[in-house]
Design a protein. Sequence first.
Length: 102
Amino acid sequence: MAQKVRHVVLMKFKDGTTPAQLNAIQDEFATLYEKIDEIVDFEWGNDISVEGLSRGFTHCFLVTFKSAVGRDAYLPHPAHKAFVGVAGPQIDEVLVLDYAVR
């Protein structure tokens, strides 16, 4: 049986990124759930940690797939590429980690 795969995306945005730009990025990422069949769950949030260890990363997006095959179909998907086009110019740094759910 295939293992679910979680795709964790942490984003740090460039200085000067406006609230309107952040809202557009958040909204665009959230629409991928409706546009890409391979996504079985999606959630996101802003850093609220009190530990001060976020290193400037403010947004976390968690995308779940039924398997690595779904994740592999998502990466080159036109809707994902369009999202990258919207978010990319405002991103200072991104950290992506994928794991098989145990």
